[in-house]
Design a protein around this ligand. Structure first.
Ligand code: ADP
Ligand code: MG
Length: 479
């Protein structure tokens, strides 16, 4: 039987009835849903008009599940909801998200080697013309990115996105891989390529930690928060680097969630990186993780020997320096897991050959390479990770690693978790929020409290102190 097409008002009224039935009281309904009116319906997409961006934020943050349940019940499983947000500000009324009155443009990316000042890109949007610096490093191009089996898939997906940003199914693009494997380089190359092909598009590269700082600044004042959200919702290609740093930051995640939804719904491209796959990300809300999996996930793997050689040779060529094949092979055989380290060794060798006491250029020898590798690479291997700490602590107490994440409040597990937090705080550079996220989603206050408990027990309980000393020894010895 063919269904008669619903008008937008009919559809929304049906949704409202379901929503009302499922809300615990009328006041939530009167405050948040009554003021929203149906505006349009196209196929499965219902548009509702909400009085302010705050409504939109609030509904998305608090009632997303109820809304989607109601919409699906009325329009079927393909139902989609779009918001039409009215922003009333002092100057004039703006229809949000898109307002033809606002001219936003993104200046073209400068040519290589031009000095770009790395300004904070958050510019409060006004109704005047606005320029947004894409914050891309002009050297991180596709042509400087050596292609190999370890990155071929991610690279070609990136090129495909650059042809057609926001339009294909690769949205979001989620790139993950260990430190120094080329994530930042690749996403910057995508941004540069898009700017070159579509100079009018607004492209913005930002690190998750800068985004987080901007959010913290903005949320102090409600108006600033709205500006912050509006600003990000105007971007055509939003590139956020190291998204795992949102772990444990709920406010930032909520803000990003809204921005994500808005951009995705409007066919804008999102490109994200993380040090691990969405499945392994801890401390991020489920609804964000689900969205990360909507598009394309691509892993960057550690480079093989030939790739490491090719990367070094490219640098030698670009920088116009001399280095024998023997040395290239030596470095490539010793620095195996991190391209940043590979480059670090290269740069130091280059520097050492140029700036030495005899003033004449020194020929680079294998011996020089050996010394530098020992100094740079082997010492950085000695860095301690939270993962290492968790494993050592669990091993020590004969617990499985899962125990750390579990909600169990058994004394020995609580104790192991506290000691792991204590060492993570003292032996790594991670923030309290990150540490909390790594031990089963604790907040920063819990981490601080745990560290204090360990310190107190250390002072007062001799056996406990022995445990802590022994664990520290094991963590450090295992490096
Ligand atoms: P990540 O963001 O994954 O930690 P980066 O993108 O910062 O790593 O890469 C580290 C360094 O290695 C950068 O200088 C980058 O230009 C270089 N690099 C990474 N991958 C490649 C590649 N495939 N070809 C050339 N250089 C690369
Ligand atoms: Mg990076």
């Amino acid at each position: 039987m063919e269904k008669k097409a619903l008008t937008c008002t009919d559809a929304w009224n049906k949704c409202l009835k379901i929503i009302k039935d499922n809300l615990p009281n009328d006041s939530a309904y009167d405050t948040w849903f009554k003021p929203c009116v149906a505006k349009d319906i196209k196929g499965y997409m219902l548009t509702i008009s909400v009085p302010s961006p705050y409504f939109y934020e609030y509904l998305e943050a608090n009632y997303i599940d109820l809304l989607s349940f109601a919409l699906r019940a009325v329009l079927g499983k393909n139902a989609e909801l779009q918001y039409h947000v009215q922003v009333i500000n002092k100057v004039s009324s703006v229809t949000y998200p898109t307002n033809p009155g606002i001219h936003v443009k993104n200046p073209p990316v400068p040519f290589p080697n031009e000095n770009t000042t790395q300004l904070n890109p958050f510019i409060i949007p006004g109704l005047q013309q606005m320029e947004i610096d894409p914050q891309l490093n002009p050297d991180k191009t596709f042509s400087n990115f050596v292609e190999s089996d370890c990155n071929r898939f991610a690279r070609s997906a990136g090129l495909a996105i650059a042809e057609n940003p926001g339009k294909g199914t690769f949205n979001p693009m989620f790139v993950f891989g260990g430190s120094g494997l080329g994530k930042t380089h690749l996403i910057q190359a995508i941004g540069l390529e898009i700017k070159q092909k579509f100079p009018e598009k607004i492209v913005l590269y930002i690190t998750a930690s800068l985004f987080q700082n901007q959010y913290v600044d903005a949320q102090i004042y409600r108006n600033k928060l709205i500006d912050f959200l509006n600003f990000y919702q105007m971007i055509d290609v939003l590139i956020i680097d190291d998204i795992h740093e949102f772990a444990g930051r709920e406010g930032t995640q909520n803000a990003f969630f809204q921005i994500f939804n808005h951009l995705h719904q409007s066919g804008k491209q999102l490109i994200l990186t993380s040090d691990r796959s969405p499945v392994d990300l801890s401390g991020l809300t489920e609804r964000l993780l689900t969205r990360f999996k909507w598009g394309l996930t691509a892993e960057l793997q550690a480079p093989d020997f030939e790739t490491r050689k090719a990367i070094l040779k490219k640098r030698i060529y670009n920088d116009g320096i001399e280095m024998s094949d023997e040395i290239v092979e030596y470095i490539a055989s010793k620095v195996t897991t991190n391209i940043r380290e590979l480059e670090g060794v290269f740069t130091s060798l280059h520097a050492e050959s140029v700036f030495n006491t005899t003033k004449s250029k020194k020929v680079i020898t294998v011996e020089m390479a050996m010394n530098i590798i020992d100094r740079l690479v082997n010492s950085s291997k000695r860095e301690i990770s939270i993962d290492k700490i968790k494993r050592t602590v669990c091993d020590y107490f004969g617990l499985s690693l899962d125990a750390i994440y579990s909600k169990v409040r058994k004394r020995e597990i609580v104790q192991a978790r506290q000691i792991a937090m204590f060492f993570a705080r003292n032996l790594t550079k991670h923030s309290l929020a990150q540490i909390g996220a790594e031990v089963g989603g604790k907040d920063h206050a819990t981490v601080l409290h745990s560290c204090k408990t360990v310190e107190d027990l250390y002072e007062t309980d001799k056996t406990y102190k022995q445990h802590v000393i022994e664990i520290e020894k094991r963590i450090k010895n295992s490096l």
